[in-house]
Write a protein that binds this ligand. Structure first.
Ligand code: DGY
Length: 439
């Protein structure tokens, strides 16, 4: 077994190896571009040894921001034949991308950007960087609310499982079952299964539907409101909803600290109020948890996910709802050796090594634990940190981990795992009073 200092150096080496000149790929070959929420979490890792490089990661992510404010899920700075679907499949319009700076995906990803800007600002006190990136985050959050709020509801919904970051979670099964594969779908060849174990990746049936939604978006010229109002898939997502609500709270903190106008602060305050009331639309009384809801059929997803556990991070839920959520986490903690699985091990759809149907995810552990600690559940939060540290020590810097055995899954030398080791889980960081994060 490696010593803790070996792991610190190894984590820094992974970030350097995956650095493509100011931005970081999640891992070589399997994900050879800049991904939205990956990059945001990666900045926290760089901040532990190169603060300027941490800000640079966020600045380069901002280069992909569309004129509309959307930060896309992938920035294609060059065409890499190792990845599908690349820029020739997405065909996003040049005009949207800040004047054709680079091709991108046509959907977004969890909007943690404002929260990471706040963290970097709190660590560095760099007003100039925070002011510039405040505007990026403000326009991004505004875009999310304008384009992904379902009509007549204050709940954030997604048009594509990839936008949630939780690609093949059973939360999307109802929405995917309710849509057809486009009969004119072009022939395509998956690349992910050439770089990773196919049994740990989404199924081909799921991929046909993922690509059908891409085709729909492409055929509308990536008209985001059409995608949300009339696209093949629309599911309200506790993950996106809670991360955006938290991002709006962090944006308001930045607006107050950086001295933004009353109008801007009032606007963000309204977004927060809407997010708080909208959260109640996601409460599933049968499961006693915040769950995804297929807005085309009105049906709830019927399982507890690691996104359900983000209500603490978002600061929502009645005392009874938060208590029920904590009980789910404690029950799961008795069944799984390592918290927190992405899907309930007591549910029939649980698969311990298949991507978002079971594995433990480092970045989700970080934000769930942060919310738990802020709510006073320090023992559970600390277990999530030590469990992440334990699986990294056992299996290395993998993309995600089997929560029953601690085995590593899918990608190797993974950037966000290295980053969250350095920023949060590492023993050396935790045992040093100067760097220990109390959240
Ligand atoms: C992938 O290719 O698996 C990504 O998650 C899509 O963003």
């Amino acid at each position: 077994m490696s010593s803790k200092h070996d792991l610190d150096s190894e984590a820094r080496a992974i970030l350097s190896k995956n650095d493509r000149g100011g931005y970081t790929v999640p891992t070589a070959r399997l994900y050879p571009y800049q991904w939205n929420w990956d990059s945001a979490f990666v900045a926290l890792g760089f901040a532990t040894f190169d603060v300027a490089r941490a800000w640079r990661e966020l600045e380069l992510l901002a280069e992909g921001q569309w004129a509309s404010g959307m930060i896309p899920h992938i920035l294609f700075r060059q065409n890499d034949p190792d990845y599908f679907p690349g820029p020739t499949t997405w065909q996003t319009p040049d005009a949207e991308q800040g004047g054709g700076r680079m091709p991108t995906g046509g959907i977004s990803q969890p909007p943690v950007y404002a929260s990471i800007v706040r963290e970097l600002y709190e660590q560095t006190g760099n007003d100039n960087k925070a002011q510039v990136l405040f505007d990026v985050a403000y326009r991004f959050n505004k875009w999310f609310i304008a384009e992904r709020t379902a009509q007549d509801m204050n709940v954030i919904a997604t048009v594509h499982p990839w936008e949630t970051g939780r690609d093949n979670c059973p939360d999307w099964d109802g929405g995917l079952a309710g849509m057809d594969v486009d009969p004119e779908l072009e022939h395509y060849t998956r690349k992910d299964t050439q770089h990773a174990d196919a049994s740990q990746r989404p199924s081909s049936e799921q991929y046909d539907k993922y690509i059908s939604i891409v085709k729909y978006g492409r055929d509308t010229g990536w008209n985001q409101r059409t995608l949300t109002d009339s696209g093949p898939f629309l599911v309200a997502d506790p993950g996106l909803h809670f991360m955006l609500l938290r991002a709006n709270r962090d944006l308001l903190w930045l607006a107050n600290t950086l001295g933004h106008s009353d109008d801007v602060r009032a606007e963000i305050t309204d977004w927060i109020a809407a997010g708080e009331s909208g959260a109640q639309e996601l409460w599933n009384t049968d499961v006693q948890a915040f769950c995804a809801k297929d807005l085309r059929s009105g049906e709830f997803s019927d399982g507890f996910s690691n996104a359900s556990a983000l209500c603490f991070y978002a600061g929502v839920g009645t005392p009874e709802q938060q208590d029920a959520t904590r009980l789910h986490i404690e029950r799961i903690g008795k069944k799984a050796q390592f918290l927190l699985p992405s899907w309930d091990p007591d549910h029939a759809s649980f698969e311990q090594q298949r991507y978002w149907k079971g594995p433990l995810w480092p970045q989700m552990n970080y934000i769930v634990a942060k919310g738990l600690a802020e709510s006073g559940y320090n023992v559970l939060a600390e277990r999530m940190r030590t469990d992440l540290a334990a699986v990294i020590k056992r299996s290395g810097f993998r993309e995600c981990f089997d929560p029953m055995t601690g085995d590593g899954c899918i990608g190797t030398d993974f950037s966000w795992t290295a980053a969250l080791w350095l920023a949060w889980a590492s023993d050396s960081r935790y045992s040093n009073p100067k760097t220990k994060r109390a959240f």
